[in-house]
Design a protein around this ligand. Structure first.
Ligand code: ATP
Ligand code: ZN
Length: 324
């Protein structure tokens, strides 16, 4: 395929040039093409510098096949094989920087995004850092419904989200905004209830509190500036294509098994696969080998049923990338 030059857009070529940085942009598996971006076409992604989102954000970028150097002292890094610059910031600052265009993209918890009042920046959920924002009261305190919080003092780092939640339920409370150690507020007499992030609930338990309402469910999301140039949008599309392939692969497993030919219809019904399962005869008469893909959530349930219809030698393998 000859090189194609579109006005204002990166040059597209089927050959990797030796003298320019080239980035693989798979438009289809059968015909890979290489997008050659001049250095001006670079996208900036802001991630949390150090915290609960950092490792999973870096892993996701790496699993997208993007290489870069990391160091805890750095404020930014440039990828070596994709037109991406990574900025390391406090998570609370990420929505504002993306809104202002200082960064084009960001990875942040929905809790921080919605609290900042910028939910419209969300592009897609990323499936990690799942947590919930909950109301909790001292274990000994009585609690029947959210109406019990009428006129009470509630400590939280999320006055916006909590304020909206209470207003929707007609509850007026005094919200005390504090930035950390919210769970100690009742024991020091600052508040009668708190609203904070909960994952396992052990921190609440350790502070003599019990969870009474889920206010908001959150996970990490990819966010984007809404006025990106066409060139940057094109890079974003490639990045999203890769991120989606990584996420799909994480959610699925590759499964191989042997089954009696007589059970094949039952096995096929359990393993519909992407299009249909691959079936190959075994050397032993009356047996076939079946290969397919199963969703991780259904996996244990399906393997039990496969054994029940006569499947043997079931192997399950992780999938590295899964292209739709
Ligand atoms: P920074 O110093 O960047 O401001 P932080 O202390 O505000 O960091 P972290 O505690 O690192 O934030 O949490 C970052 C995000 O991770 C939260 O906003 C939330 O989306 C998510 N998160 C928080 N706690 C949990 C948890 N226990 N389990 C899963 N995800 C969580
Ligand atoms: Zn923060």
């Amino acid at each position: 395929m000859a090189a194609v030059q579109r006005r204002g857009l990166p040059r597209i070529s089927s050959e990797i040039p030796s003298n320019k940085p080239a980035y693989l942009g798979l438009t289809s598996l059968a015909h890979p093409v290489y997008f050659i971006f001049p250095l001006t076409y670079m996208i900036r992604l802001a991630i949390q510098k150090s915290g609960r989102l950092s490792e999973d954000s870096l892993n996701l970028i790496r699993e997208c096949g993007i290489s870069f150097q990391t160091s805890s002292y750095r404020l930014k890094t440039e990828a070596t094989n994709f037109p991406l610059e990574i900025l390391y910031l406090r998570d609370d600052d990420i929505p504002g920087y993306v809104q202002d265009g200082v960064a084009d993209l960001g990875i942040v918890g929905q809790n921080v995004l919605v609290e900042a009042g910028m939910p419209a920046l969300e592009l897609e959920p990323l499936g990690f850092s799942k947590c919930r924002l909950s109301l909790a009261v001292p274990r000994a305190a009585g609690y029947d419904s959210v109406q019990d919080l009428q006129g009470k003092n509630i400590a939280t780092s999320y006055p916006q989200i909590l304020g909206d939640y209470l207003a929707e339920r007609g509850v007026k409370a005094n919200l005390h905004t504090i930035s950390g150690s919210v769970e100690i507020a009742p024991s020091i007499g600052l508040a009668e209830a708190i609203c904070d992030i909960v994952s396992s609930g052990s921190t609440l338990l350790g502070n003599g509190l019990r969870e009474v309402e889920t206010v908001f469910r959150s996970e990490a999301v990819l966010i984007a500036n809404q006025n990106m140039s066409a060139e940057k949008r094109e890079i974003l599309e490639q990045l999203q294509f890769r991120m989606q392939a990584v996420r799909r692969a994480r959610r699925n497993k590759y499964i191989l098994l042997n089954a009696p030919t007589a059970s094949l219809d039952a096995v096929k019904a359990l393993l519909p696969g992407i299009k249909s399962p691959t079936v190959t005869p075994l050397a032993e008469e009356g047996w076939v080998s079946v290969q397919s893909v199963v969703n991780e959530d259904d996996f244990w349930h399906i393997t039990g049923q496969l054994k029940a219809v006569g499947a043997e030698g079931i192997l399950v393998l992780p999938i590295e990338k899964m292209i739709a």
